[in-house]
Design a protein. Structure first.
Length: 235
């Protein structure tokens, strides 16, 4: 009898200890986030200071975080006695795809749709000339011509890797053999995807040269690989 009584005392003491104020959550630590804010994470998991850390369901919280399509994976850990950590691995946004007249679809490096917006408020290339019938947030954007979506992802990647100084450079795939880039008042006739990394590096160097003619409307021709770049003013 004494054995059961002692066991009951231990269980009661353990239960009381678990619910001591020291185990009330007082901080949320979010790491790995660039696009998702700490407030968005807090709101998604219904984070509340003062909640007992042992009553916080991290598995349900991780599931809620995946409803934000910028988040690829999220791992939550208890940091005893009173902190919760959230480590996020975000998807990699790579370009906007123009849809209709006033909507933009932000896709990642796998062509997965992570955001639909009315404005391009993030500095990614804007892609024109891709044909598709429908799309679903969080799913892969299915383009009629797979070559075009692959080329759009590849070219956007080259542009981002070269850290272009101009925001929201436009890439037009209306003609797959003469891709056009639009920067400010300059139309760049890029040609096809042959030697794309070298041509992108060349475009960047020209744009960063500071030449006066870059401040005037014109066309930069890169679509003849046998000739040097040619610039013509638009009058």
């Amino acid at each position: 009898m004494k054995k059961y009584f002692a066991l009951a005392i231990i269980c009661f003491a353990s239960l009381v200890t678990l619910f001591l104020p020291i185990f009330c959550i007082d901080e949320l630590i979010v790491t790995g986030n660039n696009f998702v804010t700490e407030k968005q994470v807090s709101d998604l998991i219904n984070f509340n200071t003062g909640e007992n850390i042992f009553l916080f369901n991290k598995f349900a919280a991780q599931k809620k975080l995946r409803t934000n399509y910028f988040i690829n994976t999220a791992k939550i850990n208890y940091l005893l006695p009173n902190k919760i950590s959230v480590n996020i691995v975000e998807r990699v946004p790579i370009c906007y795809v123009k849809y209709l007249n006033d909507s933009y679809i932000l896709i990642d490096n796998e062509a997965r749709i992570i955001e639909i917006s009315k404005a391009c408020d993030k500095n990614f290339p804007i892609v024109l000339g891709l044909n598709f019938d429908s799309f679903t947030l969080g799913q892969i954007l299915n383009i009629d011509d797979k070559f075009l979506i692959d080329s759009a992802l590849q070219l956007s990647k080259f542009i981002l890797e070269n850290d272009f100084p101009q925001n929201n450079l436009v890439i037009d795939f209306s003609d797959r053999n003469n891709i056009c880039l639009y920067v400010k008042d300059i139309d760049i006739h890029f040609g096809n995807m042959d030697d794309a990394p070298q041509k992108i590096a060349l475009v960047k160097s020209i744009l960063e040269s500071g030449s006066d003619y870059l401040n005037k409307p014109g066309i930069l021709y890169l679509n003849n690989k046998n000739l040097a770049p040619v610039f013509k003013f638009i009058t």
